[in-house]
Design a protein around this ligand. Structure first.
Ligand code: ADP
Ligand code: ZN
Length: 430
């Protein structure tokens, strides 16, 4: 089902023409109203009227998250203050947050994009969405909330955590779909198992939207299997409205990125040059319709690739692959580079491994991976745990080329955060 079939299935040529018009308009607004961009464009030697084709986007300067922090609180606002309708921030674990402003129209457009995403997964009026993301300055919950209301779903603003209450709401109001981080979805599945609740028998759940943090195909499979649902990958970032930038359709093969609102490029994260189509690299987004705070060539640091082939669902907006991590998430341990996602990929495939893990780096490159085992897989025999531990160590070594210390811990014993999962704690004295 479509929210806006005409736009979602628009011919590529028409879509490109629309993008070009909107790009030109965005560059003009940035140069006229944002001193930061006026100066950056001057430095790059590009004037708005020189943007004549979509390829000309490469002439524009990048915007980085450091720029957003430097322009905090409102240096990137492109409209008069009276048109600002909402403020969100993007956490960032250290230092100043990034302030993200929305105009009335931006709020509406963000909801509109969520509406497209939700209908694309087959929900409809009558469905009940339990929103388990954090309400507040974080975009994740509110933007989804507005979009789900637009579709006509019954929305339960549950917020994160408090699994007892989540279960109560889910039971009493027959929740059919929930929105959560993948780490909380796994934790919740574990919680249900410990409570003796069989979601297939006892709950009305059919779908979940999982996003806001990287997760692997193996993790998705685990969520789906444990809860008896379809889980759809949801990608977004506060700088581009929050959720609703790219989302999986019922095919579940990559996420359609809404190209009438965002112009995407994939670049080499080191050199900054465009990657050939289909190659992995850093996703760079230019907002095409944001009014309050348009951003040119924003470096997301998220690593993905564009899937050029058309999708069986009929939508013409191209898909991106699952995000494998942020370019700055890369770990270097004993001189070897790898991404935390590689660890997750290995762990989630090993039978007997539970749903949570934590990587800790200490001293001079000592690496410990704590892994929860499953209640069901543990028969009380210590040598079985030792065997599992050795098996995990070997598989990790083969994948990341570093031999970590693996510690098996009981289900539910590792910390679960209310917001985004923290998978790596780096306390090295480097
Ligand atoms: P913060 O910057 O505080 O983490 P955001 O909500 O703006 O808050 O975070 C956006 C980032 O979250 C993205 O740039 C990306 O790194 C990550 N992210 C969001 N959705 C996904 C997803 N489906 N898969 C992988 N990473 C995701
Ligand atoms: Zn599709």
């Amino acid at each position: 089902m479509f929210w806006d079939q005409r736009v979602e299935t628009m011919e590529r040529a028409a879509l490109a023409a629309l993008q070009l018009r909107q790009l030109q308009d965005t560059v003009r607004r940035c140069s006229e109203h944002v001193a930061f961009y006026r100066q950056k464009c001057a430095e790059a030697g590009v004037r708005p009227e020189q943007i004549r084709t979509l390829e000309d986007v490469h002439r524009l300067p990048f915007t980085t998250s450091a720029d957003l922090r430097a322009q905090y609180p409102d240096g990137l606002v492109a409209v008069d203050r009276q048109y600002l309708a909402r403020l969100h921030t993007s956490s960032g674990t250290t230092g100043k947050p990034k302030a993200i402003f929305f105009s009335r129209g931006d709020v509406d457009r963000a909801a509109e994009l969520i509406a497209r995403c939700l209908l694309m997964t087959g929900v409809r009026r009558g469905d009940v969405l339990q929103n388990m993301m954090t309400y507040g300055l974080f975009t994740g919950a509110l933007v989804m909330h507005y979009g789900a209301e637009k579709v006509g779903l019954l929305v339960i603003p549950a917020g994160p955590g408090n699994s007892e209450r989540q279960l109560l709401l889910m039971r009493d109001f027959s929740t059919t779909v929930f929105h959560a981080t993948p780490s909380y979805a796994l934790y919740f599945a574990d919680f249900l198992e410990r409570k003796g609740v069989d979601p297939r028998r006892d709950l009305a759940l059919r779908k979940a939207y999982v996003g806001a943090e990287p997760h692997t195909e193996e993790t998705r499979a685990k969520i789906e299997q444990a809860l008896g649902i379809d889980a759809y990958n949801s990608y977004g970032l506060s700088e581009m409205n929050g959720p609703g930038v790219a989302f999986e359709c019922e095919q579940k093969r990559g996420m359609h990125l809404w190209e009438d609102h965002f112009l995407m490029e994939i670049i080499d994260p080191v050199s900054g040059t465009p990657q050939p189509e289909g190659e992995r690299g850093e996703l760079v987004l230019t907002s095409l319709t944001r009014e309050a705070m348009p951003l040119l060539r924003y470096r997301t640091r998220d690593i993905t690739s564009i899937i050029p082939e058309p999708c069986a669902c009929g939508r013409t907006h191209r898909r991106i692959e699952r995000i494998t991590g942020r370019s700055d998430d890369m770990l270097i341990v004993r001189g070897v580079n790898f991404y935390p996602q590689q660890i997750e990929q290995v762990l989630m495939k090993v039978p007997g491994v539970g749903r949570n893990y934590l990587v800790t780096l200490r001293g001079l490159d000592e690496m410990t991976v704590q892994v929860e085992f499953t209640e069901a897989g543990f028969d009380g025999q210590v040598d079985h745990l030792v065997r599992l531990q050795n098996q995990i160590t070997e598989k990790l070594r083969a994948e990341i080329l570093v031999k970590p210390k693996v510690e098996l811990v009981p289900p539910g014993s590792l910390p679960v955060s209310e917001g985004k999962a923290r998978r790596v704690i780096d306390q090295r004295v480097l």
